[in-house]
Design a protein around this ligand. Structure first.
Ligand code: APR
Ligand code: ZN
Length: 400
């Protein structure tokens, strides 16, 4: 990675705050009262209400959202699979326009288009310095706290603080995020497409090109062809995989997977996934297998369908009580298998967001095709309910 991050402030924090002269119109409420979808309790529909939004503090950025994808991790918080402090504005896959910057922010200014990173990456800590920004010492805690870097959130409802998922909270017309979470992109890129970069694409494409070591001609298996899995598939193709076996329970998802580069389709509801992969690989197993669902049984299958010396990459986020039991002798040592966790596609967002945006501009990354339907914020609960449906790769909330 490069030395001085583009967004660092060599002046040591000179005040450069400012606002756009004409704020974008808001559907309801004033500029300080955006509508937002709040998760108040597990297994309860998100409440779409007006919230209070404070101005950005030093080092922070206010973003007027253009679009936000609805990701399975949002559903996992609503249904309790992922434990997150509540109440919180959910959503972590968003893009929009900078409306106001706090003191010391110099890398973006009002009017810039940005993708929001749900792991703020400082560029300077032990991990960032080693090219592992997804494990950033400064940024990682926000996943657990649901607050910005100073431990507080900028949202409130009736005067009571409301947290924001992963220091983002993109199910809202406007949010305030750490400056290091706002990554500038070319304003020509539609915000509906750009939003998807923020999670599904960074995670999926990154899993294939950053986390895994895919070689030209490899056979890759991908369990789960949802919004993230489709990006693993297009990333694997980009990395040179010859054969890409998509495995899903849903035929509609498998058909979409084919459009993204899958060469072989396995319906897990009708066939034994591991047996099918073995049959397609002369009983050897896949060179690289990805789990992109987040379930114990499919994680076991992923490891089982990986060949000797191959890599099993775990991308899907399981519930906290899911364990992996592996026989060390045959399962790891004599088979020389690697089992590797993958957080956020092992992405350095300051490097990878612009790279992915460029690939899209060059026609080498499918983003528009991921947008199955555009919805309003009021439809967010229905979009979560419909995640299992075969037709939906991603529902994307578009803000006016
Ligand atoms: N076997 C095969 N496929 C399955 C199974 C199963 N047992 N269970 C679910 N699937 C498929 C679904 O049909 C769907 O196509 O897995 C896919 C999951 O896709 P999405 O619901 O769109 O989820 P996505 O947003 O892609 O996230 C996948 O990655 O980031 C994490 O938290 C996220 O764990 C989740 C995973
Ligand atoms: Zn996500």
């Amino acid at each position: 990675m490069s030395g001085t991050p583009e967004w660092s402030d060599p002046s040591g924090g000179r005040a450069t705050g400012g606002t756009v002269s004409e704020p974008l119109p808001s559907r309801t409420g004033g500029p300080g009262m955006p509508r937002a979808a709040i998760c108040t309790a597990i297994d309860t529909p998100l409440e779409v209400v007006d919230v209070e939004l404070e101005s950005p503090k030093a080092g922070e950025v206010k973003v007027r959202l253009g679009a936000s994808g609805v990701c399975h991790s949002d559903l996992s918080i609503r249904n309790g699979t992922l434990l997150a402090p509540l109440p919180a504005v959910l959503g972590h896959e968003g893009a929009g326009m900078v409306e106001e910057v706090g003191e010391g922010v110099t890398h973006v200014q009002p009017g810039d288009h940005v993708v929001i990173s749900w792991i703020p990456q400082c560029g300077e800590c032990y991990y960032c310095a080693r090219g592992q920004g997804e494990l950033c010492d400064v940024g990682m805690p926000v996943i657990a706290t649901g607050a910005l870097l100073d431990g507080t959130s900028r949202f409130a409802r009736d005067g009571q603080p409301v947290l924001q998922m992963s220091a983002s909270g993109t199910f809202t017309e406007a949010t305030v995020v750490p400056g290091i979470s706002a990554v500038k992109i070319d304003p020509d890129i539609p915000l509906t497409a750009a939003a998807l970069i923020g999670c599904g694409v960074l995670t999926g494409f990154g899993a294939a090109v950053n986390t895994a070591d895919i070689r030209e001609g490899d056979t890759v298996a991908v369990l789960g062809a949802g919004g993230v899995g489709l990006n693993v598939i297009q990333g694997a193709k980009h990395a040179g995989a010859d054969r890409i076996i998509a495995i899903d329970m849903n035929d509609g998802k498998l058909q979409t997977a084919q459009k993204f580069g899958a060469t072989d389709l396995v319906n897990a509801g009708e066939a034994d996934s591991v047996g099918q992969v073995m049959e397609l690989t002369d009983q050897r197993g896949a060179d690289v297998a990805f789990e992109v669902i987040g379930l114990g049984p499919t994680i076991d299958q992923t490891v089982a369908m990986t060949r000797r010396g191959g890599q099993a990459i775990l991308v899907g986020v399981p519930a906290f009580d899911v364990n992996l039991t592996l026989n060390v002798s045959m399962g790891l040592l004599f088979s020389e298998k690697q089992v590797r966790g993958c957080l956020y596609g092992s992405s350095n967002v300051h490097r990878d967001v612009p790279m992915l945006a460029q690939l899209y501009t060059d026609g080498k990354l499918m983003l528009d095709e991921l947008v199955s339907r555009e919805i309003t914020l009021d439809d967010v609960n229905t979009a979560m309910d419909d995640m299992g449906s075969g037709e939906i790769a991603r529902s994307v909330i578009v803000y006016n």
